[in-house]
Design a protein around this ligand. Structure first.
Ligand SMILES: NC(=O)c1ccc[n+]([C@@H]2O[C@H](COP(=O)([O-])OP(=O)(O)OC[C@H]3O[C@@H](n4cnc5c(N)ncnc54)[C@H](O)[C@@H]3O)[C@@H](O)[C@H]2O)c1
Length: 363
């Protein structure tokens, strides 16, 4: 499918976000937004949603977006195509841990999504991952403070909880975590924790309007097929007509939040006055084991293949992997009116359809 068609196919997702935001998107009109980590999975969703606002036929002032990324994981084709289609989006190749070039900084909103999220790749780039979550957010907070930015969004992670005991599942924001400060996941988990501390301090000391979200496993269009996260691995197997390979006993469980629901939560948070305190954003049901998830992906894909077990070639693949992860989202429901809409089967179907509609290079 051509990019233009693929993009219009996504409109169904964006209309769902419009409905959930009930007119609040007017606050983005005529504004300038800096999205860091824009070439990643969530960057894909932010950029396409803002571009949808620019082409909704309302004739309102456009949202101007600068998409910043250092392309540590390569430059995806879609990001070149989106700027060709929407002149209000521009690319900036930069490493956000380095000093900001020049003195000009005229953004109304900052969405700080830079930091590799896939365990396979953050183990490959541990120091870069740590820096994006510590030096990167510190720089965004400092720029936000100096230039009176309207609101900043920091992506923390459900990983800050580490491996919670069964009586802390579903996990509330008040749970303090069970995290290893040394080990192959520490670069991610501990830097997200320090990133939150920085946000809290900038909110307390300087009144910086910083919003902290703790995402729980998002999935959907925009997730690269070679990303190494569990659902992209499963989809890659079924799309190649192979058995699904489980690289564990498949008993660990997670909940999964479809991209348009997650995006709704992030935008509601960005536009909220909820400064300096973290909120879980994710789906609170169903909590599903990886073995069950593999079966569900086969069912949704109408594949006749099986689930097979094979050790990962990565020695640290399972080290410190949390056994269960499921958020308590009652705070986000109360504070933001956040209410995930897309069921797991529906979301998986859309994700698979998205991949199937793209050429192999675009996946
Ligand atoms: N997607 C999820 O389910 C999920 C879950 C928990 C937390 N998060 C967090 O949300 C954010 C976005 O997640 P994602 O899934 O889009 O990740 P991703 O790995 O798909 O994308 C991250 C992007 O950040 C860029 N980047 C990394 N370091 C950079 C730097 N120094 N300067 C500029 N760009 C840099 C990478 O090149 C990449 O394009 C991350 O902070 C991630 O940790 C995501």
């Amino acid at each position: 499918m051509q990019y233009e068609q693929a993009r219009s196919w996504l409109e169904e997702d964006w209309r769902r976000v419009d409905d959930a935001l009930t007119g609040q998107t007017a606050r983005f009109r005529g504004k300038r937004i800096l999205v860091t980590g824009a070439a990643g999975f969530l960057g894909f969703n932010f950029l396409h949603y803002f571009s949808h606002l620019n082409t909704d036929g309302s004739g309102s002032e456009p949202v101007r977006v600068v998409a910043a990324d250092n392309y540590l994981r390569g430059r995806p084709k879609w990001i070149v195509e989106i700027v060709q289609m929407d002149p209000n989006i521009t690319l900036s190749r930069c490493d956000i841990t380095q000093p900001w070039p020049g003195t000009k900084f005229d953004y109304d909103f900052i969405i700080h999504a830079a930091s590799i999220a896939s365990p396979t790749f953050y183990r490959k780039y541990p120091l870069q991952t740590l820096d994006a979550n510590v030096l990167g957010i510190r720089q965004m907070l400092e720029l936000g403070r100096k230039h009176n930015v309207e609101s900043i969004l920091y992506f923390s992670s459900s990983e800050i909880y580490g491996d919670p005991p069964p009586d802390e599942i579903p996990t509330k924001e008040s749970y303090r975590g069970n995290v290893a400060c040394v080990g192959p996941r520490a670069c991610y988990d501990e830097s997200k924790r320090l990133g939150e501390t920085l946000c809290y301090l900038y909110s307390r000391q300087f009144n910086v309007p910083i919003k902290i979200v703790r995402p729980f496993n998002n999935y959907g269009p925009g997730l690269r097929l070679n990303d190494g996260r569990v659902l992209s691995d499963f989809c890659r197997d079924v799309l190649s007509g192979r058995d699904i390979v489980l690289k564990s006993d498949g008993l660990a469980s997670r909940t999964f939040c479809y991209a348009s629901d997650a995006l709704t939560g992030y935008l509601l948070m960005l536009l909220s006055p909820y400064n300096g305190q973290p909120l879980n954003i994710g789906a609170d049901a169903p909590e599903i084991t990886m073995r069950e998830m593999a079966g569900l992906v086969l069912k949704v894909a109408r594949s006749e293949r099986n689930v097979v077990f094979e050790a990962s070639h990565e020695p640290d693949y399972l080290t410190d992997n949390p056994q269960r992860r499921c958020p308590d989202i009652s705070q986000a429901r109360t504070v933001l009116g956040f209410n995930p809409q897309v069921g797991l089967e529906q979301g998986l179907l859309r994700m698979l359809e998205w991949y199937r509609n793209l050429s192999e290079d675009d996946r």
